[in-house]
Design a protein around this ligand. Structure first.
Ligand SMILES: Cc1cc2nc3c(=O)[nH]c(=O)nc-3n(C[C@H](O)[C@H](O)[C@H](O)COP(=O)(O)OP(=O)(O)OC[C@H]3O[C@@H](n4cnc5c(N)ncnc54)[C@H](O)[C@@H]3O)c2cc1C
Length: 429
């Protein structure tokens, strides 16, 4: 019996149902052979034209910053799988289907296991099934295994979604394999090529994911103070930075939720922990909205099917990407992104609003640049947030005839960087 497990962006051994099932299969029948495989994009360089082409779902651009985090996550996962005697095949710049066909050619696959939130389209899975392969979809990295409401009843706006999520999320599973320790291999020192000013001085692997979770939620006041610090822009601890690990799947979101429970068991409920739960529910909301709307979630017209006239000025787009728009608050944020692959949520909202509403460029150009640059790029979160700001997604204000959400950049700069400290960091070379 040959079992293939597609594990893209599920690089952890905690709370990993596909791994658990594989280990059980080996235990039951020692002749079973399990092979994990993944496909990754690597795009160290792209040109401006590529960024303005329509996106290709499942073939996301991956720039140098994320490539580094991704390979750290994969290397560490590969080492752990090897300890179980399970190989992990890494296919660079090939699609799910190409990767599967190669594997199937070498080892006739009987069962394919993959996560239910993997970016694999239904046609590809039908092709796999037509080869006589059993396909098993298992829970991936969402809080709820199933939604407590029908798919077509999914609210279009977050507050209505949150009200409906009255059930507790599903708990992480207990693995019957060695748990990883969360402190043993932690190294915070930056590698030589990493910008010393980065807000994410981590590696992408599971050890660092669990360390960071523990540090922020349990061993420091990070979570307790989160509500008042979350709009910060400087340093490592104003927000959790868990997005980096959640996107790679080196951290399970259910494990993160359980860590909030553990924090509250000691300190009681507080503003910080409540707010963090709400943010994780935002993540969940975009995940399920993407499932419900499929391609339109990612389309220029969005789930609202709205069109908007835009300029197609490549020069002004290029200046935005380089942080040379002459709007200092926008430029500082864009330079941080370019130098480190990370930008605060406050920064992301402002630079996106600027591109859409002041430069009047297609929002998908901005989203594609983020796709390439962000260390925490997640298709559902990136395109969900961009469409929201562009007025074609889930922003309640954009459904009626009200003007779209618009960020007044000067005011935002005064409110969130009143002494210009953040701008000095990134604008003075
Ligand atoms: C234009 C734009 C693009 C974005 N692209 C991405 C992306 O590709 N990947 C990504 O993970 N997030 C994205 N976000 C959401 C948010 O900016 C990041 O999740 C957050 O800044 C990550 O830092 P953190 O982990 O320290 O967040 P924290 O503030 O510590 O929040 C904790 C977690 O809650 C979730 N969360 C927080 N804010 C949001 C939000 N607005 N939407 C959905 N989930 C949220 C994330 O999983 C995050 O890790 C985007 C936001 C905007 C405005």
């Amino acid at each position: 019996m040959n079992i293939a497990v597609y594990c893209r962006d599920q690089y952890r051994v905690h709370d990993h149902l596909a791994l658990q099932l594989s280990l059980e299969a080996i235990q039951k029948d020692s002749t079973s052979k399990v092979i994990f495989f993944t496909s990754v994009e690597e795009n160290p360089v792209v040109d401006l034209e590529t960024l303005t082409e329509p996106l290709q779902r499942g073939k996301w651009l991956c720039g140098p910053h994320r490539m580094r985090f991704q390979s750290q996550a994969i290397d560490s996962f590969q080492e752990k799988l090897n300890a179980f005697g399970i190989p992990l095949l890494v296919n660079r710049n090939s699609s799910f289907m190409e990767s599967f066909m190669n594997l199937n050619h070498e080892n006739k696959v009987n069962t394919l296991i993959l996560a239910d939130d993997a970016e694999v389209n239904a046609d590809d899975l039908d092709r796999v099934k037509s080869l006589g392969v059993e396909v098993l979809l298992v829970h991936g990295n969402r809080l709820f295994n199933e939604l407590p409401i029908e798919q077509n009843q999914l609210p279009k706006v977050f507050t209505d979604f949150k009200k409906k999520m009255t059930n507790l999320p599903d708990a992480p599973i207990t693995m019957n394999c060695n748990p990883v320790t969360h402190s043993s291999q932690f190294k915070l020192e930056a590698e030589p090529e990493i910008d010393p000013k980065t807000a994410v001085p981590f590696q992408g692997n599971e050890e660092q994911a669990l360390y960071r979770l523990h540090h922020y939620f349990i061993n420091s006041d990070g979570l307790k103070n989160y509500r008042s610090t979350r709009n910060g822009m400087i340093g490592v601890d104003y927000s959790s930075k868990l997005s980096v690990f959640l996107a790679l799947g080196s951290l399970s979101v259910k494990t993160a939720w359980a860590a909030i429970d553990a924090h509250e068991a000691v300190t009681g409920k507080n503003d910080g922990s409540e707010w963090m739960r709400s943010e994780l529910l935002w993540r969940e909301f975009f995940k399920w909205t993407a499932v419900r709307y499929g391609n339109s979630f990612y389309s220029p017209e969005g789930i609202q099917n709205k069109t908007k006239e835009c300029k197609t000025d490549l020069k002004s787009f290029e200046r935005w990407t380089l942080g040379k728009t002459n709007e200092p608050f926008v430029d500082a944020n864009m330079r941080e992104l370019r130098a480190t692959g990370y930008m605060s949520n406050r920064g992301r909202q402002n630079v996106a609003s600027y591109l859409v509403h002041e430069l009047n460029l297609p929002w998908q150009w901005g989203a594609r640049y983020f796709e390439w640059m962000l260390v925490d790029f997640d298709p559902t979160q990136n395109y969900g947030n961009w469409a929201y700001l562009a007025g074609v997604g889930c922003d309640p204000r954009s459904f009626g005839n009200q003007p779209p959400r618009f960020f007044n950049i000067k005011k935002q700069s005064n409110d969130y960087d009143p002494d210009g400290r953040y701008q000095k960091i990134w604008l003075i070379d």
